[in-house]
Write a protein that binds this ligand. Structure first.
Ligand code: GCW
Length: 701
């Protein structure tokens, strides 16, 4: 007896000390502590009724059963009896929605998941497990949920050589060389994680596209990925290189109005559909950053998109046509060019074309105003594209929880046609009653064992899925859910960690580019500061964006400058146009602000600007202390990993502060205000820093 007990203790100790490699993401299903609530859960969870009008589809049905068995077994030690019932369809639940009820069946409590399709049952199963894990009271189990946006997608910038453009978590998950013969179990685990947060689409290839993926040999590999994802409701999409008819089709042109070109794409769409019956469609980056497109043939974006749309319509596919375009010579403010190019084509796209727009008019900066196109194309379905991967927010090493950034865009009011016309309502289609709605996040996944490199960056994958499903959720709720699912319920851990997550995006803004500053990132890899960058193509320099001079700092986008404000509704443009009413967190985006301008705090602009950098550094230092204090309560491997990354983040925050302030001080000529630490080195030291072989850098140098 004595021996048995000590063996048991030893086993427990080993289990506790076992390092957690992060592979399980937020789907841990560790046993919950026993409370009366959990006993009641266990009783109800021993019978799960799956109520649906459709017959069980074996693959998704098996995924549901597997999830419930694993989840309920793990959380509660219960092996559920899973019963299927055929019921009438529930129109209010749509194709993907679900209801979860706690009812009495045959005198016993049971959970009933109702949905019209198997994938809805699957989403319901994940929701049930999440809510149990989060401790929802039983009498609150009358849940109804339907997604607000139909296509909730991850865009992978994965190359066929398995590098990932702007990827900071290792290589591409797709093992192209051994596909289709070998299907890595990770494909299933990837799709399962996506489904657990409601994501239902994956563009598996980079928008800087390679036509090779459209050849028969490669399509068979894509088909294998599609079949691994299918049970979890994740449809595959591909990027289409516009010049593919030339490169792999033997044609002499890719002119979208050439009948042979259109016929080639029609045949290609049919070929893909035969291999992948639920193929989602094409994502296209055209006439942007060197990618080919219809303008190479004197045709418009609409000509190009419509030609592909006609090819895909017979097989039920859509075209996601990106609006991330700007001309090479940049005579006009770069941030105005996408609007110039797309707005005239509103209403001229086929019904199965969606124009995909980045959250801001520049390029995934830590803070930008919302893209003016969201208020300008009421007759076109518009997709919101955000970056989950942190190209401009510290990449793989900085903590930056991005729900607040995405919410800021989604909640922005375009005031077109009137108040309440938020970006969220444009994107979810409710404003213009568009039949298609899409949201896309550039993925942060890779071959790292923990999927996302930075252990806390898992929160961004989670948050994107949750917001894509329901953009009305708050950042705080999402942060809380993720923290509890990932780190358990000890408030000594969850409270400080949630606080860190919620502060983090603003903190990165503070030490990188406060008060609406943008475009100050190092050339190529975009990791550190390079505000002095003034060589090369003008709109790829930093000086193009910050306009620092002896008078002040910032890009004048009022009538006296580029007048980019004219692209916004008069109400919002009016607020932003006046320096006195423009929110300070965007002031340098819209105005050239004098160094001595008095800010809301009463301080001169220069002092305020400097204090933001210092505040960013101080906050990261505070996180390090907080994180150290959690050591006893967090898995050791994760704790050590995050500790090291926070040390890097502090080092980099100091680097950003010192390099930026020394550089801008050459224009302001003012001393650092009290409380801002003097830089550790001089400006030439920072200007000489060069980083090589940075992860995710397509130039590879
Ligand atoms: O943010 C920029 C990136 C490019 C990227 C481009 C785009 C895929 O620096 O690497 O290319 O945006 O969105 O097309």
């Amino acid at each position: 007896m004595k021996i048995a007990a000590s063996v048991l203790l030893a086993v427990c100790a080993v289990a506790l000390a076992r390092a957690d490699d992060g592979y399980r993401l937020w789907l841990r299903y560790d046993r919950m502590t026993q409370t009366p609530l959990h006993a009641a859960y266990a009783e109800a969870a021993s019978t799960i009724v799956l109520a649906s009008p459709v017959a069980e589809d074996s693959a998704t049905g098996a995924a549901v059963s597997a999830e419930l068995n694993q989840g309920l077994g793990g959380l509660l030690g219960v092996t559920p009896q899973i019963r299927r019932e055929t019921v009438q369809s529930h129109p209010d639940l749509g194709d993907e929605g679900y209801a979860i009820d706690w009812e009495r069946r045959d005198g016993h409590p049971a959970f009933v998941i109702t949905a019209n399709r198997n994938v809805g049952v699957l989403y319901g199963a994940f929701a049930l497990l999440r809510e149990l894990r989060l401790g929802r009271p039983l009498d609150h189990f009358a849940l109804r949920s339907t997604p607000r946006i139909q296509r909730r997608m991850l865009d992978h910038w994965d190359n066929l050589n398995r590098t990932v453009e702007r990827g900071y978590a290792g290589g591409s998950l797709w093992e192209w060389f051994v596909l289709p013969n070998f299907e890595s179990p990770r494909y299933r685990d990837y799709a399962r994680a996506c489904a657990s947060v409601g994501l239902n689409g994956a563009v598996v290839t980079n928008v800087n596209a390679d036509a090779l993926v459209l050849t028969p040999e490669w399509l068979s590999k894509v088909a294998a990925l599609a079949s691994a994802f299918r049970p979890y409701g994740v449809r595959v999409y591909l990027t289409a290189r516009f010049s593919a008819p030339l490169e792999i089709g033997g044609l002499k042109t890719a002119d979208p109005l050439d009948p042979a070109v259109a016929a080639w794409w029609r045949a290609k769409a049919r070929e893909i559909h035969e291999l992948i019956p639920d193929f989602g469609g094409f994502l296209v980056k055209a006439n942007s950053e060197g990618q080919p497109g219809p303008q190479s043939y004197g045709r418009s974006h609409a000509d190009g998109a419509n030609m592909l749309a006609d090819a895909l319509a017979p097989v039920g596919g859509i075209v996601l046509w990106r609006a991330f375009v700007y001309e090479a010579d940049a005579r006009r403010d770069r941030c105005m060019q996408a609007y110039d190019e797309f707005e005239p084509y509103d209403g001229k796209f086929r019904p199965n074309v969606v124009v995909q727009i980045k959250n801001g008019p520049l390029d995934f900066q830590p803070r930008e105003p919302f893209h003016p196109l969201f208020g300008a194309m009421p007759r076109t379905p518009l997709a919101l594209e955000v970056q989950i991967t942190q190209e401009y927010l510290g990449q793989g090493t900085h903590l930056a929880f991005l729900a607040p950034l995405w919410k800021e865009t989604l909640d922005s009011d375009t005031f077109r046609p009137g108040r309440g016309s938020t970006v969220a309502r444009v994107v979810d289609g409710s404003l213009s009653h568009n039949p298609i709605s899409v949201i896309a996040g550039v993925a942060n996944t890779g071959t790292d064992r923990n999927w996302t490199g930075h252990p806390l960056a898992q929160a961004n994958w989670y948050a994107f899925g949750r917001l894509a499903w329901d953009h009305t959720l708050s950042s705080a709720q999402i942060a809380s859910e993720w923290t509890h699912l990932t780190f358990g319920d000890d408030p000594r851990v969850t409270a400080p960690l949630e606080r860190m997550l919620l502060e983090s995006r603003e903190t990165v803004v503070d030490y990188m580019d406060p008060l609406g500053l943008t475009g100050v990132f190092a050339e190529g890899h975009h990791y550190g500061p390079e505000p002095w960058l003034d060589k090369g193509r003008p709109d790829w320099t930093s000086v193009y964006y910050h306009h620092a001079d002896s008078k002040g700092l910032g890009f004048d986008r009022t009538q006296s400058g580029s007048n980019a404000l004219e692209q916004y509704a008069p109400v919002i443009a009016g607020i932003w146009r006046d320096e006195a009413t423009c929110p300070e967190d965007l002031i340098l985006w819209f105005h050239h602000v004098a160094w001595d301008r008095t800010m809301a705090s009463g301080r001169p602009f220069w002092d305020e600007f400097c204090r933001h950098y210092q505040h960013g550094v101080d906050t990261v230092r505070g996180w390090r202390r907080t994180w150290d204090s959690l050591k006893a309560y967090v898995d050791p491997e994760t704790h050590a990993h995050v500790s090291s990354l926070l040390a890097i983040q502090e080092r980099d925050a100091c680097w950003w502060r010192d390099a930026s302030l020394l550089y801008f001080q050459t224009f302001s000529g003012r001393p650092l205000p009290p409380g801002v630490e003097p830089p550790a080195h001089d400006l030439p030291y920072y200007r000489a820093i060069q980083l090589h072989w940075m992860p995710g850098d397509p130039s590879g140098k």
